[in-house]
Design a protein around this ligand. Sequence first.
Ligand SMILES: *Cc1c(COP(=O)(O)O)cnc(C)c1O
Length: 508
Amino acid sequence: MSIKKVTQHPSQNEGLIFERSQTGRVGYRLPRLDVDETPIDEIVPAELRRDDELEGVPEVSEVDVIRHFTRISTWNYSIDLGMYPLGSCTMKYNSRLNEKVARIGGFTGLHPLAPEEESQGALELMYRLQEDLADITGLPGVSLQPAAGAQGEMTGVMLIRAFLDQRDGEASRDRRVMLIPDSAHGTNPASAALAGFTVKTVRSNSKGLTDMDHLRELCDQGGVAGLMLTNPNTVGIFETNIREICDVIHGAGGLVYMDGANMNALVGVARPGDMGVDVIHLNLHKTFSTPHGGGGPGCGPCCCTEELAEFLPVPRIEKAGDRYRLNYDLPNSIGRVKAFFGNFGMMIRALSYIYTHGADGLKEATETAVLNARYVANELKDTFHMPYESDCMHEAIFSHKHQTRKGVHTLDIAKRLIDYGFHPPTIYFPLVVEGAMLIEPTESVGRADLDAFVEAMKDIDREAQEDPQLVIDAPHSTRIGRLDEAAAARKPVLRWQPDMEATAKSAS
Ligand SMILES: *Cc1c(COP(=O)(O)O)cnc(C)c1O
């Protein structure tokens, strides 16, 4: 790793906060005590006090702290700064109004252990969100409890397992195969395995769709508990045979789980419940505009058919007359999957998003998301290789095939995009496409931004043909160039130590 000397922007030369430290510098000064000092023993018990000197803490002033963190915050790319075309992640703009609503005192001040009669508003909000999600998916049973997509998946396949155990009794043990297409998100096989299933992979055909013959063949082998399908799938293509796929699985005695992370292509237009899907999870932190990334809280509601509803996690929120209550007394439930009720703040934002859009607005958002992706697909189809001919839905997929002749790969293109001021798209996913670039603009970008992105991609291709080294060495505008990502993941250095700088210098 080399740290380039960049002079364009002062914030780029920011060191560590430890390097700013000056002995004796403080961020505040308190007036002299005009009362007697309370002995430390009366405040902190002896066994909880440290007996060594506090060392190695940076000694800095308030302005040092503010400037340091403000400067490094400008190195982050954020959804508020520009287009964030990460395929499969639906990085749409998060409206400030949602934030405002989530900060209403009655919501933020409510304790999760407050009794039902004092939490009616919050329970009503969750109930209404459940109703709306049921409407949007066409699946009436809803739990808002899962904390994110992957947990929603696990909840979903646990429902399938509970259903099969009840339906088949002892024989359910022989039904433990979960079919998952080769284009699936990596969390799908992980969720299936955690819930006790064995995974078998279904091939995709040359059009990027589920290979129906292979699906039938796997079903004929028996033991099929279900299928975990993403639709539109992870190459952004709508599974046109979705009804038939569901029929085949149901015919084999299994259930269909849909990974709903790509619902941004369907909301207001098509309902998984109408397609024959039995259970789905949604990512409120993608489709319903609640903030995500950086490990922040998510919300991955699980929606299912009437038949599966009795297995949903407890407590269930129920309406009796005009009151709302929590029902813990559901003997067939898979139990709890998350403390309390899930990430309530995300639910407020999602409902705010739904209400501010209304049914028409949600449909329009979906249509715009698809239009934007198709626009990018169309504008770039002569420049970058498109692995599939089918029209894409909310995300467009390309590969580096036209650039590799010059030694330029997907990673180089992604890094060069940073120099052009764009966050790179999702790269090398899905695995079925070699050198994949998965671009999801979402509905929150206008024509001018789309054009700027398309122009940047075309410029990068031109550079790749004429001066490939420029792309291969990118990024050029950042403080740090290419990181050793494998080393960063395997041997993360998470703690600063006084002799670190010397070690880094001698190593480079
Ligand atoms: C994002 C995503 C997930 C996982 O969601 P998390 O909230 O990150 O756990 C699962 N499947 C697909 C297709 C996704 O895009």
